[in-house]
Design a binder for this molecule. Structure first.
Ligand SMILES: Nc1ncnc2c1ncn2[C@@H]1O[C@H](COP(=O)(O)OP(=O)(O)OP(=O)(O)O)[C@@H](O)[C@H]1O
Ligand SMILES: [Mg+2]
Length: 242
């Protein structure tokens, strides 16, 4: 299924913040949490203020919403989309924006693109309306960089097979995973300046190097004209060069 391009006027509408907002996206088990931990550790070693969070469930209220989403049996698609949007609205207002305003690097494990890919495409709601709902919920906040960890669905299946206890979303059939991957890739094609698509089917260290390169590119562009600032130090930190 095709995803339409972002509606005009619905692209990044960030308030002026000094922080850096990075999201990780991709199907279940592609390595998002693994790579986020690596990146956050690297940035923290360099003294950066790093906030790692996730959706759904990055806040206390979000934890309640996550529990409802994952363990409530059937949830009507529109109710599901609204629950994710409610989680995101609270997450952005109480955690992400305040952290960005104090200059932190905020790394979130899933954000709006997951809603568009999962709910908009696979759950038969319009991708554009799901995206618009999230943009309304977040007052237009989009990441500076979205790392899409891309893998053929079988790879993620093998990695998740040993972990037991599959939750409601993980029980979807293979055709769902194939469609989901296509949706993420289509989203990335629609906004190439925001997305870095990285092949997740490499050893952890190789993927981590690709992630660092993408973050470095972002930090360097944001640090342009601010030599010696924390952003520049962060850029040096993620490559290990000075
Ligand atoms: N590049 C890799 N090569 C091999 N195994 C990996 C790689 N990256 C992660 N793994 C392993 O695959 C499993 C899933 O990784 P991880 O939990 O980071 O994925 P995830 O995208 O966060 O999954 P979920 O969507 O379920 O939260 C873990 O057991 C992890 O150790
Ligand atoms: Mg994870």
């Amino acid at each position: 299924m095709a995803v339409t391009s972002p509606p005009s006027g619905a692209t990044t509408a960030r308030s002026s913040t000094s922080g850096t907002f990075v999201s990780f996206e991709g199907g279940d088990g592609v390595g998002k949490t693994t790579q986020i931990e690596r990146l956050a550790a690297r940035l923290r070693e360099a003294g950066a203020d790093v906030v790692v969070t996730r959706e759904p469930g990055g806040t206390e209220l979000g934890g309640e919403i996550r529990r409802l989403l994952l363990h409530s049996g059937h949830v009507a698609p529109r109710a599901e989309a609204l629950l994710y949007a409610a989680d995101r609205a609270h997450h952005v207002d109480t955690l992400i924006r305040p952290a960005l305003e104090r200059g932190a690097v905020v790394i979130t494990d899933r954000y709006l693109d997951s809603s568009v890919a999962y709910q908009g495409a696979a759950r038969a709601l319009g991708a554009e309306e799901v995206r618009d709902l999230s943009l309304w919920a977040t007052e237009g906040l989009l990441p500076d960089l979205t790392v899409l960890l891309d893998a053929e669905p079988g790879l993620a299946e093998r990695r998740t097979a040993d972990r037991g206890g599959k939750d409601r979303l993980e029980r979807e059939p293979d055709s769902f995973r194939v469609a989901l991957r296509e949706q993420f890739l289509t989203l990335a094609q629609a906004e190439p300046e925001r997305f870095a698509v990285i092949d997740a089917d490499w050893p952890v260290d190789v993927v981590a190097a690709e992630v660092r390169a993408a973050v470095l590119t972002l930090l360097r562009s944001r640090a342009a004209g601010h030599a010696g600032t924390a952003d520049t130090q962060g850029a040096e930190a993620v490559t290990g060069c000075r």
